[in-house]
Design a protein around this ligand. Structure first.
Ligand code: ATP
Ligand code: MG
Length: 223
């Protein structure tokens, strides 16, 4: 049995066409069912639904053989658990694309504040990535860990800035925030448990190759 860990929402939705191209259909709709383990048309492949930030833990510890996770989640997980190298990351799936950015209120003088070397309060879910980014720039920041709705922090005076994911920018705009720095581009990656790759080499290789062909076809179709 091959267990694939996915999170509900955009990663699940964007992975379905890649699975389909690999000849695998998920036979249940996670939005209609409360089931956490979903069967597929391949008797030896099942999908487990986990929180986006739990995907690396499941795959690293063998609760799943393979999974799909955002680069944001993977890098934050590596920094937090000192876990670089414990997951095999064979493929950029080019789905759930966005960027990790710094944003402030539109009326906040970010450039001036940075120039003065003032100490800034930054709210984020990505404390490790934010710390690395500001340390590399030699900036002093107080990081405030939040679990959701980062946009609210600068509006309420909780923080001067946020580090968060941005895709269209419409959420920022709706809250009178502006993107002041891009930290990195983000997309979702295939992650594989190294022990599974040894024990289930053939079926996993086939699956990875099928994903790779599907990504190449999808990217080609966009170009
Ligand atoms: P949870 O809802 O469990 O707290 P989450 O909010 O991180 O987790 P999603 O919103 O489904 O879960 O995001 C999953 C992944 O999709 C993120 O880790 C990121 O890589 C990517 N992502 C997040 N927001 C966007 C966005 N606006 N556009 C494109 N991709 C995004
Ligand atoms: Mg979300």
């Amino acid at each position: 049995m091959i267990t694939l860990a996915l999170s509900k929402g955009r990663i699940f939705d964007d992975t379905l066409p890649l699975l389909r191209a690999a000849g695998i259909e998920v036979t249940e709709d996670p939005e209609r069912s409360r089931k956490l383990i979903l069967a597929t048309t391949r008797p030896d492949v099942r999908v487990v639904l986990v929180r986006a930030s739990d995907v690396p833990t499941y795959v690293r510890r063998g609760g799943a053989d393979i999974g799909v996770a955002g680069l944001d989640v993977l890098l934050e997980d590596e920094a937090e658990n000192d876990a670089a190298g414990s997951l095999y990351k064979p493929l950029d799936l080019q789905i759930a694309r966005c960027r990790l950015s710094v944003a402030t209120r539109a009326d906040f003088d970010w450039a001036g504040t940075v120039r003065q070397g003032a100490r800034l309060a930054v709210a984020t879910k990505y404390t490790h990535l934010a710390r690395q980014h500001f340390a590399a720039k030699g900036m002093h920041v107080d990081l405030i860990k939040l679990y959701g709705s980062m946009e609210l922090a600068p509006l309420t005076g909780l923080a001067d800035a946020i580090v968060d994911l941005v895709s269209t920018g419409s959420t920022l705009k709706a809250n009178q925030l502006v993107e002041v720095e891009k930290i990195m581009d983000i997309s979702s990656r295939l992650v594989v448990n190294p022990a599974s790759l040894k024990l289930k080499r053939e079926p996993l290789r086939q699956l990875i190759d099928a994903f790779e062909s599907a990504v190449t076809a999808a990217v080609g179709a966009q170009a």
